[in-house]
Design a protein around this ligand. Structure first.
Ligand code: NAD
Length: 435
């Protein structure tokens, strides 16, 4: 049977079809949209609303020619994708990674829509990225790449339209270049990005906010599931912004971090790692490999270590049907975006392993991005204690709401989180008259 013209048009705008059951070969956007469709089924969402919320609103792909330090030229591909803006300006990070393509950025943009609604900040969802290996570029090349990309997407971003932030492979320095490049065209605009350096109007507490939110959520979730966070054995995959701060702040709350990893592999100690010594080693060597006071493990082995709480904080799809049965943990807290595939998610549910979903667990970053944006548009600075206090309140109330909904509906935490978020976005879309 041929597809209805309207449905086909929406599909061209990035709508993944509604799958009956998850499969291993789903693309990142199909996987993200799978969870949405399950929620739409549970909520009985009208068909028109489902079509609007399953597709992206606007997609911009740009060519970025970069003059290299050696005089040569490399042409990169960049994206900015706005998924849904019913609840406010689009908001989401910029990823520099070799896997960043149209499908991955669409998936991450959709996750931002649900995350922003769940943590209840007045933003829609967006994401951006450049398909590149940032570690292979010099600082000068990264700066030229970032400035050119910003100019190219400047037509669709704006302080009250779409506000980028850091994600994998980008940081406060990249946000400073973006703010400057945008400001050269439109005048001083500190509210155009969040996650910028504090010296340029960034918020105290933004750098560690995602990790702080992960730990608040993990400790509350552990308590609800009868796991004592104090003394809990925690494994963290990823030693970047989110992984590092999650590990440090988990220890501050009394947990024992027994293993961490970066892209090249991990280190493991059955007692607990001395994170100050690990950080010093990482800063001097640029990798965890070679750290003397622990055993070396591969990333694949790290995920299967015996622990109480496993926190993937690197990249998507690392927990899949091939390893879900080998995990030896009581709880997974998704600090990364989409680290558990839909097939693995079902298997973990059947095995009784609690999964705290990404759209809840890592929402602390965008929560403090919101607080930074509020400060930037008022050109006013808050104290760190005030920012952390607001973050704690938001993370606590979202976590409690998800647990209450899950209890009421006898559903998984992911289903509960999606149902709350999708309901809020659908209501806003309806009130605006989008659908
Ligand atoms: P980052 O670039 O600072 O760090 C990424 C870390 O992951 C590095 O240690 C890197 O070595 C490691 N890594 C990369 N590829 C890997 C692989 N294939 N296997 C194992 N490790 C790998 O990035 P980040 O900002 O910490 O982001 C990490 C995750 O958290 C991403 O999924 C991102 O989307 C998500 N996230 C980030 C924020 C934020 O505020 N930065 C907010 C919400 C969610």
């Amino acid at each position: 049977m041929s597809e209805k013209p309207a449905a086909a048009a929406v599909k061209d705008m990035g709508a993944a079809p509604a799958p009956q059951r998850p499969t291993d070969d789903m693309t990142p956007f199909e996987a993200a949209t799978y969870f949405f469709h399950c929620s739409a089924d549970r909520l009985g969402l009208r068909e028109e609303m489902r079509e609007v919320l399953a597709s992206t609103y606007r997609e911009l792909a740009v060519q970025i020619p970069l003059r290299r330090d050696d005089g040569g030229m490399t042409v990169f591909r960049g994206y900015r994708i706005q998924h849904n803006g019913a609840r406010g300006p689009y908001k989401g990070g910029i990823r520099y990674h070799e896997s960043a393509d149209l499908d991955e950025v669409r998936a991450l943009a959709a996750l931002m829509t649900w995350k922003n609604a769940l943590i209840d900040v007045p933003f829609g969802g967006a994401k951006g990225g450049i398909r590149c290996d940032p570690t292979a570029l010099s600082q000068g090349e990264l700066e030229r790449l970032t400035r050119r990309f910003t100019t190219m997407i400047s037509y669709i971003i704006g302080v009250h339209r779409d506000i980028p932030a850091p994600d994998m492979g980008t940081n406060a320095q990249a946000m400073a270049w973006m703010m400057d490049a945008y400001g050269q065209k439109y005048g001083y605009s500190p509210g155009i990005v969040t996650g910028k350096p504090v010296e340029l109007g960034g918020s105290p507490g933004r750098e560690e906010a995602t990790g702080r939110g992960v730990v608040i959520c993990a400790a509350l979730s552990a308590g609800r599931k009868g796991i004592d966070f104090e003394g809990a054995r925690v494994v963290v995959q990823g030693f970047g912004n989110v992984g590092y701060w999650t590990a440090v702040l988990a220890v501050e709350q009394g947990a024992r971090v027994i293993a961490v990893s970066d892209v090249k592999g991990g280190i493991h100690s059955t007692d607990a790692l001395d994170l100050d010594a690990v950080r010093d080693h990482y800063q001097s060597n640029g990798e965890l490999h070679g750290y003397p006071q622990a055993d070396e493990v591969s990333n694949e082995e790290l995920l299967t270590l015996d622990c109480d709480i496993l926190i993937p904080a690197a990249i998507q799809g690392v927990i899949h049907s091939g390893n879900a049965s080998k995990l030896s943990t009581r709880m997974i807290v998704e600090a990364a975006n989409a680290p558990v595939t839909p097939v693995a998610d079902q298997e973990l549910l059947e095995r009784g392993i609690t999964v705290v979903p990404d759209i809840l667990a890592n929402a602390g970053g965008v929560c403090v991005s919101y607080l930074e944006w509020v400060q930037s548009i008022q050109e006013f600075r808050w104290e760190l204690a005030h920012v952390n206090d607001e973050l704690e309140k938001k993370m606590t109330s979202a976590t409690e709401a998800v647990f209450e909904r899950s209890k009421r509906d006898e559903s998984s935490l992911r289903d509960a989180a999606y149902d709350i978020a999708v309901e809020r976005v659908a209501r806003a879309a309806e009130l605006r008259g989008y659908v």
